[in-house]
Ligand binder design. Structure first.
Ligand code: KG4
Ligand code: ZN
Length: 341
């Protein structure tokens, strides 16, 4: 029998300070997340400088808690996986520095992980049978990528957003209709309670030269124009209807583009990942469509969709097994591309 591998994982690319211990890439022994959302809500979005400072305050405590809850000591850890990009440079540096310090002091190997690879790998945790190849739609606050997962650690991006990310569109529209930050979960909850998705027709943009690319800025402008129009005419805005119609437009575009790719590439497995992947309407739409087309549909639980370190531990495990260890020159790379080193 092969020796068990324990990974201590660290994630601090945006506004969550997170650490986890993951066994053999798929079993989460601890998953500690210290969220800064309440702090940034005051400003309507993440303030990078404030985020960096909060990460520094929290990082050691979060790592200690993750080790304690896992019942493991550093002596039993085989590798330290850390997100080194993409993300905000200050926040990334805090996690990378903490990981390097522990690695230097203990001699435990260091593994640099791409944040998006982490989001995709979140699917391995609760779906033990899932193995590449498959197609994954990654939709978060900073990214909307359609990715062919060829093998562990081997990716081909076949579609991406030309402007706003899906989560960014949710956040901007939520702000415009007075729901506040973070917009995605607030719109999701409001629409689940009330709101007619067919009340207003908002555009579903197609990008001319790539059927898999996305564009959400036109949709965002259409919502803002609609709100302005109502204001000028003195008409009352039905916030729930606007939220529902906007959400439906995003869901329709994501489902159409992703399912088109799954069919063209002839895959029978499809997964979603990233913060927006916890959207209930999006999950339902994919569930129905995949069932109809006989495609196995995978998605992480909401806690593993938003930023967390367990997903970095899952991705780090497969990188470590391939021998992809980093040395102490590992640095934060804010615009790191998937598949790049
Ligand atoms: O993956 P994530 O935690 O951070 C990034 O890497 O960006 O994603 C955060 C994004 C935010 O834009 C948030 O509004 C969105 O995911 N989000 C949602 C939902 N939960 C989070 N969007 C739609 N519906 C949700 N339920
Ligand atoms: Zn993320």
């Amino acid at each position: 029998m092969e020796k068990d591998i324990y990974i201590l994982a660290i994630e601090s690319s945006c506004d969550e300070t997170a650490a986890a211990v993951v066994k053999n890439g798929r079993e989460v022994l601890s998953n500690i997340i210290s969220s800064q959302i309440a702090l940034h809500t005051l400003y309507g979005g993440v303030v990078p400088e404030i985020a960096s400072r909060k990460h520094i305050e929290k990082i050691n405590q979060v790592i200690e808690e993750a080790l304690k809850e896992s019942g493991r000591t550093l002596k039993e850890i085989d590798a330290i996986a850390v997100t080194y990009g993409p993300g905000l440079v200050g926040p990334l540096l805090v996690g990378v520095s903490a990981a390097k310090a522990i690695s230097f002091a203990t001699g435990i190997p260091l593994v640099g992980v791409h944040h998006i690879e982490g989001h995709i790998s979140a699917n391995y945790i609760e779906n033990k049978e899932l193995e590449p190849p498959f197609i994954c739609l990654v939709v978060s606050g900073g990214h909307s990528h359609l990715v062919v997962v060829k093998d562990y650690g081997e990716y081909e991006i076949i579609g991406k957003t030309r402007d706003d990310a899906a989560g960014e569109a949710f956040d901007k529209v939520a702000r415009a209709i007075g729901l506040g930050y973070p917009g995605g979960p607030k719109i999701d909850k409001l629409v689940a309670e009330k709101g007619n998705p067919e009340a207003i027709h908002f555009p579903r943009a197609k990008v001319e030269d790539n059927a898999y690319d996305f564009s959400f800025s036109g949709l965002k402008s259409a919502v803002l124009n609609y709100l302005n129009g109502c204001q000028m005419k003195g008409e009352e805005v039905n916030v729930a209807d606007v939220a529902a119609s906007f959400q439906q437009a995003v869901v329709d575009v994501l489902v159409e583009h992703a399912m088109h790719a799954v069919k063209q590439y002839r895959f029978d497995k499809f997964a979603i990942a990233g913060g927006v992947a916890s959207n209930s309407a999006l999950r339902k739409a994919f569930e129905e469509r995949c069932q109809k087309e006989n495609i196995a549909f995978y998605h992480p639980s909401p806690i593993l969709c938003t930023d967390n370190a367990a997903m970095i531990g899952a991705a780090g495990y497969y990188e470590f097994r391939k021998g992809m260890v980093s040395d102490l020159s590992l640095n934060a790379v804010p615009n790191l591309r998937l598949g790049e080193r």
